[in-house]
Unconditional design. Structure first.
Length: 541
């Protein structure tokens, strides 16, 4: 700023009389402008509480309906939806943890932000623009508490306390955090603790500035460990099975039918089996991992048939998964109560979302990665009193690259030029622009670990989906979601759809190109095969 004053005063030096007056106004103008740029927000700007979890499927939130809506309701998440909006078509651009988080922070696709994969994914390049930095620069107080999982130091936060250990996946019990540079082991259950720390920060923050809090739970990520009080919630009932639980993968043999992601791959740890005391700690760990690799089969009971064992595994999994969500929902309730009790309810935007969807036994799967509906769809509910009408339902196609521009739009802060997402603030007010996108582009890169899901890209609109699996196979799949919502009939060879498929194919290539992904199949394979996605900037410094 001093620099620009100097240049201007030099330029105007010769015109002496006029100089004093003009000089005054120029300085006044510059100071005002710089103040507006640096602190474009006031204490009237809305606060933001962005609550985010890991692997929470829409099918496990009662506001979205689904098999468990009555058995395992989520009243607090539902409350955000009924007092604000529920978004039914929020689609992840790359359905896996780190990449989705990187897209949310930067508003860009993986091939732009460089974070393609978790395993051999390297490190999020934290020198790039992110929305928390933009908010911080604009005068927001910012904090991050809970799971981060991007392997580089969070930038743009006045305070952070994030899970370390297990490759930053974090632990359910007695978790270890990086507390603003200090390694701290806490005692207790992660979901409760993370909320405690978030509330502590809210209490201690500077009350004169607006804030943005990112509260990010580890739950309901694998290995789905519930709080002790919720361990036996559904012991006496049998949970329903999704209709595609025993999918035969007909017409999808080399894609959905060739993974290491079915319930048969649950480990002893997932099933909460206890290792023999006689084993050393190291051997106990290996014992617990059994089941993870092909050929390793965990049997829950020797007397049962393989189908019965499979069912039993699903029962254990789904009950544990839903029980971890019970704690997430309880703690969201605590946050909502804090906001209410502290007179923050009216001027605080509350969002709940998760990094991608998850399979809850559909197609026999757990985990995510595929462009199939269950993993592609992200939950998103938002409350903004006085601005978003209670009971709003949004069906527009939105994706995780749209989160950053939307948050900044709501806060009145400008976005980076390189951003690829679009603000959906108007959509939330039921004022969707006529040229809003009608289809989205998806791209998943990680292979073979974990879970052996073939890399693929595709396009999805309100009715159809076209996917190309390209890595070491060359297979296209096409689904008519209206007639086949469970995606079991791959119609790629059905001549009735020829015209639609051709049209979608060209739209897909057009979209891919418009987002700047012009890599050849060889180059894409290189991304999957190499550490750091082949990018120097992704290497750990
Ligand atoms: C771990 C899990 C995988 C999971 C990845 C990625 N295995 O590796 O099942 O797909 O995380 O999850 S585990 O045995 O270590 O639990 S993600 O949410 O971080 O993308
Ligand atoms: Ca995840």
């Amino acid at each position: 700023m001093n620099h620009s004053i100097l240049i201007i005063s030099q330029q105007y030096k010769p015109v002496k009389n006029q100089f004093n007056k003009s000089f005054f106004w120029i300085i006044y103008f510059i100071i005002t402008l710089s103040y507006c740029q640096e602190k474009s927000v006031t204490n009237k700007s809305p606060n933001i509480v962005f609550i985010f979890s890991d692997d929470h499927a829409t099918n496990a939130i009662s506001a979205y309906g689904g098999l468990f809506k009555d058995l395992a309701p989520t009243p607090n998440i539902d409350r955000i939806a009924t007092e604000g909006a529920i978004l039914k078509n929020v689609l992840c651009t790359n359905a896996i943890c780190g990449p989705s988080r990187a897209s949310i922070l930067t508003g860009t696709y993986s091939h732009v932000n460089g974070y393609y994969k978790n395993y051999k994914g390297g490190v999020f390049n934290n020198q790039q623009w992110t929305y928390p930095q933009a908010l911080q620069e604009a005068g927001y107080q910012t904090a991050l508490v809970g799971k981060w999982h991007l392997a580089s130091e969070p930038v743009g936060f006045d305070y952070f306390k994030y899970h370390i250990s297990k490759g930053e996946q974090g632990l359910y019990w007695d978790p270890i955090y990086n507390d603003y540079g200090n390694k701290i082991k806490e005692k207790g259950y992660a979901t409760n603790l993370t909320t405690d720390f978030a509330i502590e920060w809210l209490q201690e923050r500077n009350k004169d500035e607006p804030f943005c809090l990112l509260l990010q739970f580890k739950a309901p990520h694998r290995e789905w460990s519930p709080d002790s009080k919720y361990e036996k919630l559904w012991d006496d009932i049998e949970m329903p099975y999704p209709s595609t639980f025993n999918d035969s993968y007909l017409g999808r043999e080399l894609t959905a039918g060739d993974t290491e992601m079915t319930v048969d791959y649950f480990s002893r740890q997932d099933m909460k089996m206890l290792p023999p005391d006689s084993l050393t700690l190291k051997k106990q760990r290996r014992w617990l991992q059994y089941g993870f690799k092909p050929g390793e089969t965990v049997k829950l009971s020797k007397k049962l048939s393989s189908q019965e064992n499979r069912n039993l595994k699903y029962q254990k999994y789904i009950k544990d998964y839903l029980a971890t969500i019970r704690s997430v929902d309880d703690n969201i309730g605590r946050v909502l109560k804090y906001l209410k009790d502290n007179d923050l309810e009216q001027n605080t935007i509350v969002i709940y979302s998760s990094d991608q969807g998850f399979f809850l036994g559909e197609h026999g799967f757990f985990d995510k990665r595929f462009m199939y509906e269950e993993s592609l769809k992200m939950p998103f509910v938002i409350r903004y009193p006085g601005v978003i009408k209670p009971g709003t339902i949004v069906n527009d196609i939105i994706s995780n690259i749209d989160f950053a521009p939307t948050l900044l739009d709501m806060a009145g802060v400008s976005v980076s030029e390189n951003i690829q997402g679009k603000s959906f603030f108007e959509n939330l007010k039921k004022n969707t622009r006529e040229d809003w996108r009608q289809s989205m582009y998806y791209h998943y890169y990680e292979y073979p670990y974990y879970h052996r899901v073939q890399p693929h890209y595709g396009i999805r609109n309100q009715r159809y989906k076209l996917i190309h699996f390209y890595y070491n196979i060359d297979i296209w799949e096409f689904y008519d979601l209206q007639n086949d919502p469970s995606e079991i009939n791959n119609q790629i060879n059905n001549p009735t759809y020829d015209q639609i498929i051709n049209h979608l194919k060209s739209e897909l290539f057009q979209l891919k190109k418009s987002y700047g992904n012009t890599m050849t199949i060889e180059q894409l394979r290189y991304i999957s095969d190499n550490d750091f996605g082949g990018l120097e900037s992704n290497k750990k410094q």
